[in-house]
Design a protein around this ligand. Structure first.
Ligand SMILES: NC(=O)c1ccc[n+]([C@@H]2O[C@H](COP(=O)([O-])OP(=O)(O)OC[C@H]3O[C@@H](n4cnc5c(N)ncnc54)[C@H](OP(=O)(O)O)[C@@H]3O)[C@@H](O)[C@H]2O)c1
Length: 351
């Protein structure tokens, strides 16, 4: 097998950031994507190689044929793309990493644990800011202790946006994660989306409001803590009470596949303006409560959330190439522990 790392969707926002982070670790990426010109432009910035593939099926065929050591997929929505890419990785014996951050996509990869274990390779899902930043704090707070009763995780990303279109990968993923969910009595249960709003005082003294959103963080925090009640929340929830009130109806509408595809295609083409980072740091946050009344709170302080989304898959790829992983399907901190986040520039603040 060759020692290459392939980045699918290599010309996209995450693909370029991952390639830059691989280069910082002395690793060369092969950027795989649909547009040869955009790929070349992206590759020039990092000395990466390029492999044009006109479709996901062509990229999967390339994996089967050329058997890269590690495949990092940035092509969301991962519920739609992961089965095909993971199948190709199984056939090629490649390790697989993705940036999924919704409940359905994480669940689907977890279900492949036994197959990956038998095949002797590693699947890492949720290797982006949201899952890794919050899961890492939970692992840090819960390590070596009995299972807590309650966990709440909050993600507070700070991202500079470049001008351009949002793209189908991002919009498809967002529209696919509008169903309210939380862990109640140890099970995934329906819940109202964008509820349980709290005003958090960040360690730097500033304030932010977060509200519930059933992302991959929910499952990762549940697995890391084994708590009976888990809630995941985000500062990216809409603050308007009107929008929040409309969410249940919108999430029902988005269950219709054809309507969701149409809306995804339309919104993906809308141009967004360049935007500066709203605050100096991004934060992962967790509050953990035990049956004896003890409560612990922890933060992970990071810089730009998109940079971190580049660093995490790059660091995981480096560790997998060095033989530091183990076969099976995992989220990042479940596989490599809380030090992974520190290797990617994070700093813990525990209370
Ligand atoms: N877990 C986290 O915290 C986190 C953080 C950031 C991003 N993400 C997820 O990562 C994904 C990528 O986000 P992004 O901001 O990097 O998006 P992006 O800039 O649009 O990049 C996505 C890439 O995927 C490619 N692509 C999209 N649909 C494809 C298809 N059907 N076949 C082949 N290639 C396809 C695009 O190719 P073209 O260049 O040819 O259009 C593009 O290069 C999203 O699902 C997002 O939700 C997760």
């Amino acid at each position: 097998m060759s020692a290459q790392i392939w980045v699918l969707g290599g010309a996209g926002r995450s693909g370029r950031t991952i390639a830059a982070q691989l280069a910082r670790r002395g690793l060369t990426a092969v950027l795989v994507g649909r547009d040869a010109n955009r790929l070349r432009a992206a590759a020039q910035q990092t000395g990466s190689e390029t492999l044009p593939a006109p479709s996901l099926a062509a990229a999967a065929a390339g994996i089967r044929q050329q058997r890269p050591a590690v495949v990092i997929s940035t092509i969301g929505p991962f519920t739609a793309t992961a089965p095909e890419v993971v199948d190709a990785c199984h056939a090629a014996g490649s390790h697989y990493i993705d940036l999924a951050n919704d409940v359905a996509a994480l669940s689907a990869v977890y279900e492949m644990h036994d197959a990956a274990t038998q095949a002797g390779h590693t699947l890492v899902t949720g290797a982006g800011f949201g899952v890794t930043a919050t899961e890492s704090v939970v692992v840090k707070l819960c390590g070596g202790r009995p299972a807590p009763v309650r966990v709440r995780v909050d993600m507070v990303p700070s991202i500079a946006m470049e001008e351009g279109t949002a793209g189908e990968a991002l919009i498809g993923t967002l529209l696919g994660s509008l169903d309210g969910r939380r862990i109640t009595d140890g099970r995934l249960a329906p819940a109202r989306i964008f509820s349980d709003a709290v005003s958090l005082t960040l360690p730097d003294g500033s304030q932010v409001t977060t509200a519930s959103m059933p992302s991959g963080e929910l499952l990762a925090a549940h697995r890391a803590s084994r708590a009976r009640h888990v809630l995941s929340a985000t500062s990216e929830a809409p603050s308007s009470p009107l929008v929040r009130a409309m969410m249940p109806a919108l999430s029902t509408l988005m269950r219709w596949e054809r309507l969701r595809s149409f809306t995804t295609r339309h919104l993906a083409r809308v141009r967004v303006r360049a935007k500066e980072r709203p605050r100096d740091h991004s934060w992962g946050h967790a509050v953990v409560g035990w049956a004896d009344g003890e409560t612990r709170e922890g933060w992970l302080r990071l810089g730009d959330a998109q940079e971190y989304t580049g660093a995490v898959p790059a660091e995981i790829a480096r560790r997998l190439l060095a033989g530091e992983g183990r076969p099976g399907a995992y989220t990042p901190a479940a596989l490599f522990g809380p030090t992974l986040a520190e290797s990617c520039g994070g700093e813990y603040l525990l209370y």
